[in-house]
Ligand binder design. Sequence first.
Ligand code: MN
Length: 274
Amino acid sequence: MTGAAPPDPPPALLVGLARIELRDPLFISDLHLNAGAPATLGRFLRFCEEDAAAHAELVILGDLFEYWIGDDTLEDDSDTVSRAVAAALRALCSRGVRLYVMHGNRDLLLGAGFLRATGAQLLADPCVAEVGGQEVLLAHGDAWCTQDVEYMRFRASVRQEATQRQFLAGPRAARLAFMGAARAQSEAGKRAKAMQIMDVTPAAVDDALRASRQRRLIHGHTHRPAVHRFLLDGEAAERWVLPDWDFDAADPRLRHGGYLAAGAASWRVVALAG
Ligand code: MN
């Protein structure tokens, strides 16, 4: 007998839930938590205790973390961010709050170990939620930024089992270095790309709504919080874009973050004060 458990499969092989029922959910995304943003981390921990704890469900639609190099980071004492976040989520779960997590483009390596540690369930991207008898499509949003051809190619590659297996097998220092380089490259690319390329392509959103037979959707990723109301094939449609979080900006006026509370009676976006 060896005591070692078999290694988890790479996240690409995890099957997320395609459909969930929600009673009283809060939706968040794009917190981009990392050691360089201590105020945002602190604000999230407070949000868990003060806001999320009072709801039936917390739904995280991607990019909770700025990057994720593998679930073994939870066993590393020096990684205080991932451990603090996992502990806060675990505490919510213990209090009876149901947790759902979708992969973002930054934290797509969240795996079975993270789910075990937090008690969260993985959502497929996209998936359908029923909230108070109404259906809504949920997604991170990056899959619809189809005008960014370079990114779409990268996205397809990093979601492959073989790519993930190879990356996760590497030493921790190499994985951290790779993430650092990828983040720098992504920031430089963002400055060079036209604003509309960085947003979702309306036709891609329309196609997703038609394919899922939905007329309402929630996504993040673009950092352009808004409620878009439009007509799709003659029917009223709605696209709710979640806010990103940043409470570390030097200028207090630029600090921001918030959530969508989707009650049976009404939906509202709540901005959090620092
Ligand atoms: Mn994103």
